[in-house]
Design a protein around this ligand. Structure first.
Ligand code: UFG
Length: 339
């Protein structure tokens, strides 16, 4: 079994990818500092897979500790790098922490990988790199615009770092940059899922916590956008579908099929849904009415963005399989397992 190091492997997308890797015949190895993830994710992974996944409780930005992992595991074939801070609002309040953690951990990884002959990297990027796009849907060739938050800027900077490192004459690194749209949902077993800390920033955990009675009501952030129903439009992708994109990306790198040293793919469904449509789909999925009201716009929100998913379909053979209603049903099932 080929070993794949998964930084942030106990996190939301990381945990689902660890499960998908093992099920696809790889040996995942988790690195996580548990700063924004829970030990319970490891129990969930083990319960689904029936085996323990080797896990190192270290900070990916700690070079000596990271070297120790590569030494101990010896034959790592590739890395999927999830470990990063991801809250847009928090990044405005703590920009330095975001640059140190998100950029710092990538730099450390890129410094260590060549010393162990590891040449394959899948990097977690985001549709946030497009800023406010001029035209929809966005393709990988859509020019990036200024990011609306330090978080978004860290993703843009990390992409540029990967390009510059890859352009060096002696470079052997091969990278696939995956630009995720909005991941939602949970594993069908409801043994792993999203574990937001405190009051959720993101739409779907806020919806499920409201339905569970933890929050009084959802506030929709504005209904006066130039979109069909006035609310923001996003491309919501089921996290298990998203996890599968990492498997095909890793396979492509290991098969040496990548046509360039850095390849970029949008990972979305190709469909945009408004916030109101998500609320309606949730009501259908859960069979209950959601308490919500319309509030003011949230600063920094992009009015509408969704993926052109053609490149991932044509080059990677990747297509999403889960509908919005089914994705939300899995979120609801997961919420009901939480206290
Ligand atoms: N929304 C509400 N009410 C809420 C929460 C969200 O109306 O209580 C709306 C938002 O205004 C937005 C949509 O729901 O229109 C989705 O919001 P999310 O916060 O779930 O996600 P974003 O589209 O803001 O995504 C951003 C970045 C991503 C990043 C993600 C992670 O664009 O790159 O946050 O937090 F990955």
């Amino acid at each position: 079994m080929k070993k794949i190091l998964v930084t942030g492997g106990a996190g939301y997308i990381g945990s689902h990818t660890v499960v998908a890797l093992q099920q696809a015949g790889y040996q995942p190895v988790i690195v996580d500092n548990f700063s924004n993830s829970e030990e319970s994710a490891l129990a969930g992974i083990e319960s689904i897979l029936g085996v323990k996944v080797p896990t190192y409780r270290i900070d990916c930005g700690n070079e000596a500790a990271l070297r120790g992992v590569f030494e101990a595991e010896k034959d790592i074939k590739g890395v999927i790098h999830f470990a990063a801070y991801k809250a847009v609002g928090e990044s405005v309040a703590k920009p330095l922490a975001y640059f140190q953690n998100n950029v710092g951990s990538l730099l450390t990884l890129l410094a260590v990988m060549p010393d162990f002959g590891v040449e394959n990297l899948v990097f977690s990027s985001s549709c946030t790199v497009y800023g406010i796009p001029d035209a929809l849907p966005v393709t990988e060739a859509t020019p990036t615009k200024p990011a609306s938050s330090p978080y978004g800027r860290t993703k843009q900077m990390c992409e540029e770092i990967v390009h510059d490192v890859s352009a060096a004459p002696t470079n052997k690194l091969r990278t696939i940059l995956l630009r995720y749209f909005n991941p939602i949902g949970a594993h069908e077993s409801a043994k792993i899922g999203e574990l937001p800390l405190g009051v959720p920033n993101n739409l779907v955990p806020y919806i499920t916590q409201t339905a569970a009675g933890i929050r009084e009501k959802l506030t929709i952030n504005g209904s006066d956008y130039e979109t069909p129903d006035g609310t923001n439009v996003r491309d919501y992708i089921h996290v298990v579908d998203l996890a599968k994109a990492h498997i095909v990306a890793v396979q492509r790198l290991l098969d040496r099929k990548a046509s360039e040293s850095v390849e970029t793919f949008n990972v979305g469904t190709g469909h945009g849904n408004s916030v109101l449509e998500v609320v309606q789909a949730f009501e259908k999925a859960s069979g209950q009415k959601l308490n919500y009201s319309i509030g003011p716009r949230r600063p920094g929100d992009v009015p509408a963005i969704y993926a052109d998913a053609t490149k991932a379909a044509q080059v990677l053979g990747f297509k999403t399989e889960t509908s919005l209603v089914d994705s939300l049903a899995s979120s609801w099932k997961w919420q009901q397992t939480l206290k």
